[in-house]
Structure formats: C-alpha cells, structure tokens
Write a protein that binds this ligand. Structure first.
Ligand code: ITT
Length: 199
C-alpha cells in the first residue's frame, strides 16, 4: 500500500519508517504539499487536519502524528503548542526556553503524548494514541532524536531519549506505542471499517 507520511518533521519520518517497516508499505513524502495550519486545540484535531488534508490532496491514505510534551509544573504546557513553545524558532531554542521556565522547579515530571492518525481519501480515519511519562533534566544530554528528547528521561530509565537509538526509543515511546497499535491492527491486512482507538 502507498501511504503518504504527512509530516514536515524529519525525526518523525525516521521513527515512523522504522516502526512500520515490517508492513512493507511504500511510504511517500509530502513532495511540496504544504500542511494546513494547526488550528486545533487537541492532538486529535491537529492530527486529523494534517492526515485528511494530505489524503485528499494526494488521493492516497495518509499518516500524520500530532504530539507534544506536557509538563506537570507548567499545568500541562506546552502540550499541543510544543512545536511553537515561547515562539522559539528551533529545537535548541525551545529546549533553552523550557529549561529557563523550569529553573529551580522541584517537580520535574512530564509526559509525552502522540496521536497517530491514518486517513483515507474517502474520509475514513483510524486513530492511535500513546503516552510516555518521565522527568526533565536541568541540561541536555545526547545527540539522537529530536525536539525535547535531550531533556527527557523516561520513568525506569537512566538515559535521555536522545541517548537512545531509534529502535530503543520506539520500544518505550509515546509514538512507538501508537505505531505499535497501528502495526498490530494492520499486520494481517487492512482492518474492518470502524474507527480504531487504542491507548
Ligand atoms: P508536523 O506537524 O509537520 O508533523 P511538528 O514538529 O510541527 O511536525 P507537532 O505539531 O506535532 O509536529 O509538534 C510536536 C512537537 O512536540 C515537536 O516539534 C517537538 O517539539 C515535540 N515532540 C513531539 N514528539 C517528540 C519526541 O518524540 N521527542 C521530542 N520532542 C517531541
């Protein structure tokens, strides 16, 4: 099956391709298609905006991920606004902004959330969700991954997500869990036509 990966984030592309390799899908990029503005207030809304726009424009099934980091001491911020946190232009600047906000804060609990949506050109969608809890460091560690990975140590681990390989991150991560649910649903061919929701 040809599937458009509806993301402009190269880190997500790597993780999605690695996680779904066994399905043998032919994953295609956006090839110049611009994704709509993310005007939703939930991960599900934004994932649907991206996946449905790409599916309609390309006439192919399209896979999108909307995700974010929810920091307990910041009342769940930045959440769906993680890619625009503090209006900072890149991952490094956003990490510095987060560290600044968290300076001196004792409660460093945080949670990653990923909603993966597979949309078909006829409007049918499948939705998968995954979460990962952990704590934030006071400085970055590791070169792998993307986004807030260098600051985030998952519960039960000593390394940050940026100190793990793509395969290691996949076995525990929010996106890895959402994609594992998609994989399980599609392993034996296309699932029956009903919305699939998985935690
Ligand atoms: P697309 O919308 O094009 O997919 P994006 O980066 O803008 O790319 P989102 O709107 O879903 O994606 O924003 C998610 C942000 O949350 C992302 O830019 C990171 O800052 C952060 N994030 C999500 N998943 C992450 C992960 O696995 N590791 C580190 N940071 C992550």
């Amino acid at each position: 099956m040809r599937v458009v990966v509806a993301t402009g984030n190269a880190g997500k592309v790597r993780e999605i391709a690695e996680a779904l390799s066994e399905l043998g899908w032919q994953l295609e990029g956006l090839n110049g298609l611009t994704l709509p503005e993310e005007t939703g207030t939930t991960y599900e809304e934004n994932a649907a905006l991206k996946a449905c726009a790409a599916a309609l424009a390309k006439g192919l099934p399209a896979l999108a991920d909307d995700s974010g980091l929810e920091v307990a001491a910041l009342d769940g911020q930045p959440g769906v606004y993680s890619a625009r946190f503090g209006n900072r232009p890149n991952d490094t600047e956003r990490n510095l902004y987060l560290l600044e906000k968290m300076r001196g804060v004792q409660d460093r609990r945080a949670k990653f959330v990923s909603v993966v949506m597979l949309a078909y050109p006829d409007g049918h969608v499948e939705t998968y969700r995954g979460e990962l809890t952990g704590t934030l460091l006071e400085g970055p560690r590791g070169e792998n991954g993307f986004g807030y990975d260098p600051l985030f140590v998952p519960d039960g681990e000593t390394r940050t997500l940026a100190e793990m390989t793509v395969a290691e991150k996949r076995t525990i991560s929010h996106r890895g869990r959402a994609l594992a649910a998609l994989l399980a649903t599609h392993r034996n061919g296309p699932p029956p036509r009903e919305t699939v929701r998985t935690e």
